[in-house]
Design a protein around this ligand. Structure first.
Ligand code: DX5
Ligand code: ZN
Length: 223
């Protein structure tokens, strides 16, 4: 499978959101990455359901919703209602992760679990077969524009090994500090979905950057 590109709307111009969404629609991007922050799980607040609903009205591609919030169970149904195709919760925010994952699937959405940089992938051993996606944070969540943590490559490889034979269709998503400088290496390590915020929206030609991320060194991609 060719890897997917998910521009993070967090880095878009909120005063020109429709324009930026149309740009993504016209580009080679695959998903819209939507970062929801509650000011409790992470030290920042982003946006909530009215904004996601407004995005949905214009978005012609699936919404990949990344919940950086405590007690996400309270908001899963609302997420689905405003148009999420993928709902990702944080391992660190879920006491009963298995129940949360089943609830996401019961809503008809793809279920993702995200790991903070300090959380080992081995902790997913007993749930990996139930997941559609694992999002590896390659920065500490809360802000766009941070420096990529190099240790992420080892985590992607470890996760691919953990999933082998247990869940071969698992999507591995990488989020934070991703851009043209590391995209090829991430895909080579086993990443299936690249999230990019500032690398896309702060660029002079965002469409061109998306095309570059989508078409990195295909000869070295994993099968
Ligand atoms: C960070 C968010 C990311 C963020 C990535 O907490 O989860 O999705 O938007 O932004 P960049 O690509 O600028 O690091
Ligand atoms: Zn994110």
């Amino acid at each position: 499978m060719k890897h997917l590109i998910a521009p993070s709307v967090l880095a878009a111009d909120f005063a020109n959101l429709q324009r930026d969404i149309e740009m993504v629609n016209q580009s080679q991007a695959d998903w819209f990455h939507i970062d929801v922050m509650d000011g409790v799980f992470v030290p920042n607040i982003s946006f909530g359901f009215p904004v996601i609903e407004a995005i949905r009205k214009h978005a012609a591609k699936p919404l990949d919703v990344h919940l950086m919030i405590v007690d996400p169970d309270r908001y899963l149904a609302q997420c689905q209602k405003v148009g999420a195709s993928v709902i990702t919760v944080h391992y660190e925010a879920c006491t009963h992760l298995h129940r949360t994952v089943q609830a996401i699937k019961d809503l008809g959405c793809k279920a993702g679990v995200s790991l903070n940089p300090h959380t080992p992938v081995a902790l997913l051993q007993d749930i990996i077969q139930d997941l559609d996606l694992v999002l590896i944070m390659s920065v500490n969540p809360g802000f766009g524009g941070q420096k990529f943590i190099e240790r992420t490559y080892d985590k992607i490889r470890a996760l691919r090994n953990l999933a082998a034979g247990r869940n071969d269709s698992l999507l591995i998503e990488v989020d934070g500090g991703v851009g043209p400088a590391n995209a090829a290496a991430l895909v080579q390590a086993g990443a299936d979905v690249l999230v990019a915020g500032n690398a896309v929206f702060a660029a002079a030609d965002p469409t061109e950057v998306i095309a570059g991320l989508k078409n990195v060194s295909p000869q070295i991609q994993h099968a």
